[in-house]
Design a protein around this ligand. Sequence first.
Ligand SMILES: [Zn+2]
Length: 286
Amino acid sequence: MSSLEVLKEPPFQVKEPQDNSRKTVAVIQEMPSRKPVGLLDARVCQLKAGTQVVQVQGDKVEVQTCHVEDGTGRIKLQLWGDQIGTVANGSSYTFTNLSTRKFAGKLFLTATRKSTILQMPDMQGIPVSETASDDEADISMVTGHINAADIVILYSCPLCHTRQPTFDIHARFHKCQWCKMNQKAATYTAMGNGTLVIMTADSKRTLTISNSVLQRYLDHEGFLQLMADHEDVEEHFLDAGQFQFKLHNETVISLTKCPCERAELNSIDGNVDLIDLGESSENPNC
Ligand SMILES: [Zn+2]
C-alpha cells in the first residue's frame, strides 16, 4: 500500500475473448492491448516487496507487480487479490488466462479473475537474469508492540464480486446490493487493510498494512476467522505483544510474533513443546 493511483483501464473485462494457446514473451510483446494470453510458462525474475493500492472503478484494489521471463523476453505482470503472494522470485509457473495491457506505450500483462498460477519445474536452459528486487534498499526490519490499530474490512459478493456499501457482520444472511441475491453472510469475501501505530525501542511509527499481508499473517497464526470482525483483528493485535515487522518504507510487508511471545503464550497453554524458536531467535530485542 505504498501509493494510491488511479487506473484508467479496469483490470478485469467481463467479456474478454477466450484463448487457450501457449505463448512466449516475444510473441506477447508484439500483441496489441487487451488481448487474451491463454497460457504462459515463465520464471518470476523480479518481485516487488510491497503492494500498491489502485483505484478501479471507485474501488480500492490491491495489486502486486512482478516481472517474468522465458528466454525469449521479459515482461511486467500484475497480480490481484488472492493472487498476491502466490509467486516467489526465481520460481517458474504456468500462468493461464492473462491479458495484455498497454500503459505509456509499454505492453504488460495482467492476471484476470480466471487466471490460475501453477508452479512448474524450473525452466531449463534459460539464463538467469538479475533477480534482485529493485526496492531492497528501502526494506527494514523493526521490532515493537502495536499500540493502536484501525482495521477496515470490506465485503464483496461471491456472485458478482461487487463491494458492499453496507454489511452487518452479525447478520446470518446478506442481500447483495448490486445483483440483489440473498446469500449466507459467511460466503462474502472479506478484504481488510488498515493502519497500525507501533512502538519500537526508540520511536513511534505509523504503518499501513494491506489485505494480503493481513490475511497471510492471520492464516499463518490460525486466526483467519477474525476477518469476520475488524474489532477482533484490532484487539488481537493489541493483545499479541512483540512483533517483528518487515517494512518497505512505512508499509508492512510481513509481520511475525516474536519467539519470546510465542514461548509465553504457549507456556500458559501448557504446550511448551510447540515453541518454535528457530525462525528469528537471533533478534536481540526479544
Ligand atoms: Zn452480487
